[in-house]
Design a protein around this ligand. Structure first.
Ligand SMILES: Cc1cc2nc3c(=O)[nH]c(=O)nc-3n(C[C@H](O)[C@H](O)[C@H](O)COP(=O)(O)O)c2cc1C
Length: 305
């Protein structure tokens, strides 16, 4: 039996539903020695700003049970170097999603404009960044600011736009509806959870930035809950992210309503993780007699048997 693995994520045709998560897979070519990048659904590159950024000083990552903390501070080469150096290096058959980030609405929109006309298949707008005018509150935490961000990036983009939501909110369904209402083509969730850990020897935070983001297997059930709530609230497709390490993990996200998934922290321990997840998902479907992966989407049974 062969499984039809194709999905459509907001107008982006993917050969299978497994992408790599922004910030955990460089600009793609770093992982080319490990597997053929055309065998996964696509890659989401590191979030890009107008100008290059060096990010926060170390310590910027720390290990915790079942996950990691990071406060990289969005180090990136800048949108122009991405277009001139990183994107051309990727083989043609690789589906590339560019991640966009800014400190105000105008700079997000300008990055989207510069990416217009390039070969990127879609833009993912990283809404988990502090909004300078809101005194450090994340764009994705304020429905009014989020609406403005979606409108501006949608208008500036020439390809489908996915909004990547912050999990540091009370009502994810409300924010998902705001994105849909303003014309977003798709959603991605979740980004990292805001956390703090302490070094008892020094009595200082483990990360130089004090606060960081938690990712990895620890956040999987929380991500499933949010994907389930968001996907029930909107009709646009959702990409599920959070702690995915295996095809079975990915299948759980599809059952909770995700159309696609992204693999993040797992790339640090297994550089072939995304391919393993894609192959594992197909094998899982085959073992269940499922002929199309789309048949799994939203299949979670919540009524008593
Ligand atoms: C070191 C590191 C850097 C990250 N950088 C970004 C980034 O630049 N843009 C973004 O949208 N998400 C970024 N993320 C968040 C991931 O894309 C993903 O949403 C999150 O880690 C949850 O997935 P995971 O548990 O599979 O890692 C980063 C995560 C990590 C661990």
């Amino acid at each position: 039996m062969s499984v039809d693995t194709r999905v459509n994520w907001g107008g982006v045709a993917l050969r299978n539903p497994v992408l790599t998560a922004s910030g955990t897979f460089g600009y793609g070519m770093e992982f080319a020695p490990f597997f053929d990048l055309t065998r996964i659904g696509g890659i989401v590159a590191k979030s890009l700003t107008l100008e290059p950024r060096i990010g926060h000083p170390p310590a910027r990552i720390a290990e915790v049970p079942s996950g990691m903390l990071n406060a990289i501070g969005l180090e990136n080469v800048g949108v122009d170097a991405f277009l001139n150096e990183k994107l051309p290096a990727l083989p043609e058959g690789v589906t590339v999603v560019a991640s966009v980030f800014g400190t105000d609405i105008e700079s997000y929109a300008e990055v989207c404009k510069r990416l217009a006309g390039s070969r990127v298949a879609a833009l993912e707008v990283n809404a988990s960044c502090p909004h300078v005018k809101s005194g450090g509150m994340e764009f994705g935490q304020n429905p009014r600011v989020l609406a403005e961000l979606v409108r501006a990036t949608r208008q500036a983009a020439s390809v489908p736009v996915a909004i990547k939501l912050s999990p540091n909110v009370t009502d994810i369904a409300e924010l998902a509806r705001v994105c849909e209402g303003e014309g977003a083509d798709a959603l991605s969730l979740i980004n990292t959870l805001q956390v703090l850990d302490v070094d008892l020897k020094t009595r200082r935070p483990r990360l130089r930035n004090t606060l960081g983001g938690l990712s990895g297997p620890a956040i999987l059930p929380l991500a499933l809950r949010m994907v389930w709530q968001a996907s029930r609230a909107v009709r646009i497709p959702v990409c599920g992210i959070g702690g995915i390490q295996s095809g079975e993990d990915a299948a759980k996200f599809l059952l909770c309503g995700a159309t696609a998934v992204q693999v993040g922290t797992a790339n640090y321990t297994n550089p072939r993780a995304a391919l393993d997840v894609a192959e594992g998902l197909e094998a899982f479907a085959e073992s269940q007699g499922v002929t199309r992966l789309t048949d799994l989407i939203g299949g979670l049974e919540t009524e008593p048997a």
